[in-house]
Every structure is written in structure tokens, then in C-alpha cells.
Design a protein around this ligand. Structure first.
Ligand code: AMP
Length: 403
């Protein structure tokens, strides 16, 4: 089955074309469209033989972006398809399923309308996700669209974990609760961890997964089901991130608003876009830039890295308590997969909990493969597992449509 996986942001569109079946998961082509609706849009497309092509020009919206992606996929020089009708299905990343979707679904008009009702839960991403689904439906009427929700894997959480301790009526009337995000990544790496541990004859029921990238979240997974996760109603809750504050005393918001005269939306913009390691370091939201600044003696950059690691460590500790122990801790995402230093900061110094971190294995960790970075006597396996959200979306699309 030829599946085009689409991940639409407000001004971007990432795509990956799979040839997928029970035994095959070949990536035929992939790319990104950037600056949609902004002058000088750019398509970076990997075509035949992995050669990278850059296509410039203005793209007004998601329908036009998709049309250009179709053109690139069918281009006679660098395309990989003869005709766009070779695509059997579209798999879409959708940010928020609220309580309406706890599994992937075919995006019928009814389901699209339910998603439209949930826009206020994800005002930055949901309009783009929906626009992309509608564009596919308009351009290829008979090809099915599957929605894979970032929140769905977390829907197994119990009420004790997902409720906020605020008046109950806000949950009843407005569905205010913790939902969690990065579900496809947590699902994929926890599944890969189970496969790995099984193959080694190890215990594998309690796993803590740490997706550490521009956005970061932690999940406690028991027997394949999420018990708790760090992000909340929106992705703002949890550990500090590239630009997001993560957890803070809600009273801070009014205090700063009074001092600075900022409105609530300006304040939320500060918490979402100007906080986290960017806000603390004043250098960048990119961990590579901050690491370089810290290595050159920038104290605030060092503080930002230390705070990030400390907060991730605290979540891991609380989930060890919630799960009554842990069999494996998994690190993934751009930082988890690549930053030797951040892995050491987070996982070092936890031997009191039976977590024995191996510095040498950490340094020798191979990119793109599962690596074990715990000492031989560690009671807890420490695994670095590359995530693959697009693969999960392709798999969900294939499985749903093959039923
Ligand atoms: P993601 O959102 O998963 O793509 O992750 C992006 C984050 O990973 C950025 O903050 C990058 O700085 C960080 N990252 C990628 N490679 C490295 C690396 N080698 N060392 C430290 N951070 C990295």
C-alpha cells in the first residue's frame, strides 16, 4: 500500500511516502514545505536515490502546498510515482483527539466536524491539520484519509492521573483535563523497548519514555498502557522545553501581568514561545547552541541545561513511584538521541534508585540504532531508541484500512 504521511504545522508541511505492507516499510520519498502563506516558500524534497532538491516560490495555503508535493512526487526527473493516483491512502498527524478519539480513525466529514469542535484545544496546530485533510479530500476525492492523534496513546490514563484539582464542573462542562501529547512517539519507543527487552529475556512491564526535543514530554507506561504523562490540556505543561516554560505556579501569571501590563494572550505567548531554555539562557532554544555557550562559560546557558535535566529527572523519579518501580527508561527525540551530555545529566546520579548509568556506553552510543547505556549491574535498563512518528502513522493507516 502506498501511503503518504502528512504532518501539517501552521506554516509547514512535512511528508513521507511509504510503500507499506505486513513485511515492507520502505520510505520512497520525503520532504518538507516551509513558509506556507509567507513569501519565499521553500520545498526541500528527497527524491529518487535520496538526492535532495530545493524548490522555491510562493505557496499560499495547504491546498497549494499539497499540489506542489504531488507535483514533486510525480516529477519525471526526480519523482518516485508515475501518477498521484498510485497513492492508496493519506495518514495525517492530528494534534488533539480530546475525549472524542482514543484511536486512529478514517477522517469522514463527521470526524472532521468533531475535530473542528476541538480547535480551541489546539489553536496553533488543529486548523493546519484540518486544512491538510480537507485539501487531500478536495484533490483526491476517493482516497481515504486516516487521522492519527497525538493524544490517543495517552487515553488509557485513569482519572486520578488526568484530572486537575480544580472545580469538577470545568471537566464536566469544558473537558478541562490532562490529555498528553507526542503519543505516537511514546507508543513507538515503548513498543520497541518491549521488543528489545523480550529478545534479551528481560522484564519489561514498567517503562518510562522520555521524548526530548524542541517539545519534550515524559510518559509512564505499564503493560503497553500509559498511566501518566507530563503534558496536559495543552503541550505547555510538564518539563521545561526549548521555548515552553513547563510547570510553574499559576499565580506567577497574574503577578507578571500586573507588573508588566501584558494581556493574558501576551503572557501565554511568553510561556509558549519565550520561556524554557531560551528564556533562561537568553541564547537560543536549540540545545546545541546552548551547549556551546555553556562550554564557553555562559552561566545562564549552563543553568538552562541544569534546570532542564533536573526537571526531567524529577518526572522520572515521580513515575518510578507511580509505577512502583521501573524496568526500563527510554530516551528519544533530537536531544535524547543525540546529546551525550544531556543523557548523562539526566540519568547520572540515580544509583540510589537502582539506575546505574554507564558513561562509556553513553559516549559510544550509535546513532540510528537501539543502544543500551546502563551498567551491567543496573536494575533498570537505560535505552536510547530513535523515534519514528511517521512510521507509526503509516502503520496505523495500513492497519486501519486493512481491517
Ligand atoms: P526534535 O524536536 O526532536 O527534532 O529535537 C530538536 C532538538 O534536538 C534541538 O534542540 C536540537 O538542538 C537538539 N539536538 C539535535 N542534535 C543534538 C546534539 N548532537 N546535541 C545536542 N542537542 C541536539
Amino acid at each position: 500500500m502506498i501511503i503518504l504521511v502528512l504532518n501539517a504545522g501552521s506554516s509547514s508541511l512535512k511528508y513521507q511516502l511509504f510503500d507499506f505492507d505486513e513485511h515492507k516499510r520502505d520510505v520512497l520519498s520525503k520532504g518538507t514545505v516551509e513558509r506556507i502563506g509567507i513569501p519565499k516558500s521553500l520545498i526541500t524534497h528527497k527524491g529518487k536515490d535520496g538526492a535532495e532538491i530545493k524548490i522555491e516560490g510562493d505557496i499560499s495555503g495547504h491546498t497549494e502546498a499539497l499540489q506542489k508535493v504531488f507535483d514533486a512526487l510525480c516529477d519525471k526527473d526526480y519523482g518516485v510515482l508515475v501518477s498521484i493516483s498510485d497513492i492508496s491512502a493519506f495518514g495525517h498527524r492530528v494534534l488533539h483527539g480530546a475525549e472524542d478519539f482514543n484511536a486512529s480513525v478514517v477522517m469522514t466529514d463527521k470526524n472532521i466536524n468533531i475535530c473542528k469542535g476541538n480547535i480551541e484545544l489546539g489553536p496553533l496546530h488543529m486548523p493546519a491539520n484540518i486544512a491538510c485533510i480537507e485539501a487531500c479530500k478536495n484533490l483526491m476525492r476517493d482516497t481515504p484519509n486516516v487521522g492519527v492523534f497525538d493524544t490517543a496513546f495517552h487515553s488509557s490514563m485513569g482519572k486520578t492521573a488526568y484530572m486537575y484539582a480544580i472545580p469538577y464542573e470545568y471537566y464536566e462542562k469544558y473537558k478541562v483535563r490532562k490529555y498528553g501529547f507526542h503519543g505516537t512517539s511514546h507508543r513507538y519507543v515503548s513498543g520497541e523497548a518491549v521488543k528489545y527487552l523480550k529478545s534479551k529475556g528481560e522484564k519489561y512491564s514498567r517503562i518510562i519514555t522520555c521524548h526530548l526535543g524542541n517539545g519534550s514530554s515524559i510518559a509512564a507506561v505499564k503493560d503497553g498502557k500509559v498511566e501518566d504523562t507530563s503534558m496536559g490540556l495543552t503541550p505547555l505543561e510538564g518539563v521545561s522545553m526549548g521555548t515552553r516554560s513547563g510547570d510553574l505556579d499559576p499565580a506567577v501569571i497574574e503577578f507578571i501581568m500586573q507588573k508588566t501590563g501584558q494581556s493574558i494572550s501576551e503572557m501565554l505567548n511568553v510561556l509558549n514561545k519565550k520561556s524554557g531554555v531560551l528564556g533562561i539562557s537568553g541564547v537560543s532554544s536549540d540545545f546545541r547552541d546552548i551547549s556551546t555557550a555553556a562550554a564557553n562559560g555562559n552561566e545562564r546557558a549552563e543553568l538552562a541545561l541544569g534546570m532542564f535535566a533536573y526537571r526531567v529527572k524529577k518526572y522520572i523519579g515521580s513515575y518510578i513511584a507511580a509505577l512502583n518501580g521501573v524496568d526500563a527508561i527510554v530516551l528519544t527525540g533530537g536531544i535524547g538521541e543525540n546529546s551525550t551530555d544531556m543523557r548523562a545529566r539526566i540519568l547520572g546520579g540515580m544509583d540510589g534508585l537502582g539506575v546505574e548509568f554507564d558513561e562509556k556506553k553513553n559516549r559510544e552510543c550509535k546513532r540510528g540504532a537501539i543502544s543500551e547505556i546502563n551498567g551491567n549491574l543496573s536494575k533498570v535498563k537505560l535505552l536510547v531508541i530513535p523515534t519514528d512518528e511517521e512510521l507509526v502513522i503509516a502503520r496505523e493507516t495500513y492497519e486501519l484500512l486493512s481491517q
